[in-house]
Design a protein around this ligand. Structure first.
Ligand code: HEC
Length: 233
């Protein structure tokens, strides 16, 4: 009997505590407790996509100011014209280092975006070409088209006739990585050295030249041996 009274008592105390706590916890020193006409105190914002007379076209949402650049976007200066493409081919240079990582990243992206048309080898014999869904897909080794890294970047930005733009699906770095892989495919089709091999040879060349002016020919051969050792590692 005594036990049940005790239990009732403690239950009451608990309920009282919870009630008191929840009342106090909602109280905010910085705000009036009750607002009878809250619109007089709190501004009413416009809805982002709402219609309002005071705006041009009654439309709250506006286009960004002319010349705005989205975060992370680098402006691209070449025009979407044949002249633009030719200029990009001639002078647009890859800003990334030629590394194994960049090239293998480019290969993976190429397989996703480009291989359906251009084929895994870059010979223009992708699955869509075989099924004749798209015609006129060139081989990267097509001598009529002097395909360069800058030109490959350019056509990814704008597309070219039947080929669409990839500017919204890839970022700047990815487009250059893809372009590296394309140049590797072109080299392989032509039976030439890969990008990594050419870059390695260039690097070895320049160390040779530096050391030969500074320390003479004996060092030179040692250096060359060192670089080729590094390359195989
Ligand atoms: C829908 C099929 C299709 C896809 C996918 C495609 N291309 Fe193309 N590509 C073409 C066609 C068609 C042409 C020839 C366009 C022309 O000259 O009229 C072309 C041309 C090119 C050229 C030659 C441009 C020149 O200088 O003449 C390059 C380089 C190229 N594509 C790279 C790529 C890359 C890189 C991707 C992936 C990001 C890609 N393409 C995805 C169809 C495609």
């Amino acid at each position: 009997m005594k036990k049940t009274i005790n239990m009732k008592k403690s239950l009451n105390i608990t309920i009282a505590l919870v009630a008191a706590f929840s009342l106090v916890s909602c109280f905010n020193d910085n705000k009036p407790n009750y607002q009878f006409m809250p619109n007089m105190y709190e501004p009413v914002g416009y809805e982002t996509y709402g219609e309002y007379d005071i705006f041009e076209n009654e439309q709250e949402a506006k286009l960004p100011a002319e010349g705005s650049i989205p975060r992370g976007w680098t402006p691209y200066e070449y025009d979407n014209t044949t002249e633009g493409l030719n200029l990009a081919k001639a002078e647009l240079k890859n800003p990334l280092d030629i590394t194994e990582d960049n090239i293998s990243e480019g290969e993976a992206l190429y397989t996703i975006y480009c291989a359906v048309c251009h084929g895994d080898k870059g010979d223009g014999q992708g699955i869509l070409a075989e099924r004749e869904k798209f015609l006129g897909i060139p081989s990267y080794a097509d001598p009529g088209r002097t395909i360069t890294m800058g030109g490959t970047y350019h056509v990814q930005m704008y597309g070219l006739n039947a080929m669409g733009s990839y500017a919204s699906q890839t970022n700047e770095k990815e487009r250059w990585q893809i372009a590296m892989h394309v140049m590797d495919l072109k080299a392989a089709l032509n039976g030439e050295a890969s990008l990594l091999e050419t870059a390695g040879a260039k690097a070895a060349d320049s160390t040779n030249m530096e050391s030969s002016t500074e320390e003479g020919d004996k060092m030179n051969t040692e250096d060359a041996a060192n670089t080729s050792e590094n390359e195989t590692n």
